[in-house]
Design a binder for this molecule. Sequence first.
Ligand code: DAU
Length: 340
Amino acid sequence: MRFLITGGLGFIGSNMIHYLLKKYPDISICNLDKMTYAGNPANLSDIENDPRYSFVKGDIADAAIVEKTFAEFQPDVVIHFAAETHVDRSIADPDVFIRSNTIGTHELLKAAKAHNVTRFHHVSTDEVYGHIALDSDERWTEESPYGPRSPYSASKAASDHFVRAYYHTYGLPITISNCANNIGPYMYPEKLLPLAITNILEGKKVPMYPPGNQVREWLYVEDHCSAIDSIVSKGIPGETYFVGPDNPQLSNLEVIKKLLAIMERGEDMIEFVKDRPGHDQKYALDHSKITRELGWHPRYSLDESLERMVDWYTKNEAWWKPLKSGEYLEYYTQQYLTRE
Ligand code: DAU
């Protein structure tokens, strides 16, 4: 089986490549990645010489490089991770999100159709459904209406619609997964948990958007990879599957307090900063469809996920330390220290 993975140098994409190479001895993987600030060759340094793996540097919104990659590699399956993903960056600069997430997805769809792939799997997010009031027990299902509220989620929602359109209009065998917040190794330290862990390891405070009562569902990235593997091998073309954890719902503040307990630090490490505009209050998925139809279950509890993550970041300072300099420091200063 020949897999084209887009965005394979990013957090979830690189975890997926590790997962596939470990599980399937006879596959070929081509990784098409633009190498943005979040695409880190160090994520795959352990497998870069594996004969089953090849790399193409390129932008998915560049039709010529996309066509060349499909023509030369001839993938059976595409698993599409490449995306700009950080909500705060999308608020500061939406254009690149539209280019990569929406136009880029469309370029891939055109090539996948032209080259008759057997599956185009699109990796999407729960955020396309909008947000849920904190006092509501609602959980979204795959039938819930879309209602994105940030430039990031709007660009992902648009991409989901194009992916479905290619199924209905051209019969492209697509599947979509909409997943909860992922955590785990190789996660760029701009999102809440890797930012919190690396800040604490550096003796710095955790920036918390007030009042910290917002709710997210946290899934260990390996569980996301196993879900995508199930969907690609057993999912029905044209279908969407939700992927999420079985953990109790906790606020951001409760999650950070758990983390501080694991890292043996006090709550004085939390610092409230200026809130994110349009901050989504709660995401909650009903993932019973993938469990019922494909037999997938998440394996890791939140406590275990946090412990594994702290352990990995503690042992891999050489991976994250260099990331927290240069462009990152400019972003950090703008986002947390000087934003009006
Ligand atoms: O739900 C899936 C989505 O999860 C993915 O599609 C996105 O790519 C991913 O970025 C993530 O979006 P969130 O906005 O939920 O993740 P983030 O880590 O940025 O924020 C999680 C929560 O923590 C959110 O309520 C905002 C809050 N937060 C975040 C940061 C970065 C803080 O309180 N302080 C922070 O410094």
